[in-house]
Design a protein around this ligand. Structure first.
Ligand code: SF4
Length: 295
């Protein structure tokens, strides 16, 4: 089966491989600082889903430089032009006074090796002044916004303590598309209580919601989260590798051909992973997925 991977999309656009550098800009999240809640989403670690991001004690430039060094030490790369994505990953990256955001984004976007600015955030943190700033940045270099939707089902959204309704996501997508920003939606597969059909329904909805990319992420149970307590209490089971691979196959079948698939697995931190343990062997997961997709 054919699908558009992130690598092939970037190669098509830039003529070479583009690498992602995950950044921790030192923000927080309304679901953590008490504005909405102080417990965070049920699956979220204290790192705000930024386990692989740089250190919040370093400047944006320092994080870009150490990210580059790490990538280049692992593989010889063609970096004859801007070859990196500054991925603002940890916590909610539009949740700060707009002048603070401007300073952080500008530092990243003006770095000569940065090709794209990618901002992970919540759809309920995209006020008018933030949208204007993103629009301004998007005229300097391409800006992507990554939205953590996870599910379209209200019961699951309440269970994971997402803290906003589906119409908020829809409005955010409309506003971002009005200023030509590429949107990538994050979906979690395997949320407790969701059936396979419900998960496919979410993916189908995202496919039709006029966004350009999707991240399909396996639910990870991470040590120290409230989800771990639920898991240890036997309230749900995680998917098997076979179930997951077959589900991804069906997701790819229903997504539009031009949808960029940014991810097909989770990217959990092995040191804190509680379940499912098969997901720690990422190479095996990707090989199994690729074999299934090639069938
Ligand atoms: S919105 Fe993101 S950073 Fe905030 S609690 Fe949820 S997963 Fe964590």
């Amino acid at each position: 089966m054919k699908y558009k991977s992130l690598n092939s999309y970037l190669k098509e656009k830039y003529g070479r491989k583009i690498y992602k550098i995950a950044i921790n800009a030192g923000f927080t999240c309304p679901n953590r600082d008490g504005s909405l809640d102080n417990r965070g989403c049920i699956f979220c670690s204290g790192e705000g889903s930024g386990e692989f991001a740089g250190s919040r004690t370093q400047s944006i430039t320092e994080q870009i430089e150490s990210g580059k060094k790490r990538i280049l030490s692992k593989m010889p790369a063609d970096i004859s032009g801007p070859s990196f994505i500054a991925y603002f990953q940890a916590f909610t990256n539009t949740y700060a006074p707009v002048e603070v955001l401007r300073e952080k984004y500008t530092e990243a976007i003006n770095h000569p090796d940065i090709a794209i600015l990618s901002i992970a955030t919540r759809p309920d943190c995209l006020e008018k002044n933030v949208l204007s700033l993103l629009d301004e940045m998007n005229h300097i270099k391409p800006v992507w916004v990554e939205l953590g939707l996870q599910t379209i089902h209200k019961e699951s959204a309440d269970y994971i303590r997402r803290g906003y309704d589906l119409n908020v996501y829809e409005e955010a997508v409309r506003n971002l598309r009005n200023i030509n920003i590429e949107v990538i939606t994050h979906v979690i597969l395997g949320l407790p209580g969701e059936t396979r059909d419900q998960m496919l329904h979410t993916v189908d909805y995202v496919g039709k919601s006029k966004v350009q990319g999707i991240k399909l992420q396996l639910l990870h149970v991470i040590r120290g989260t409230d989800l771990e307590k639920e898991y240890n209490a036997g309230k749900f089971e995680c998917m098997t590798l076979d179930e997951y691979v077959n589900l991804i196959y069906d997701c790819l079948k229903i997504l539009p051909d031009d949808m960029v698939i940014h991810r097909m697995t989770g990217d959990g931190d092995k040191r804190t992973l509680v379940a499912p343990m098969w997901s720690a062997n990422k190479k095996n997961v990707l090989n199994t997925l690729n074999r299934r997709i090639a069938e």
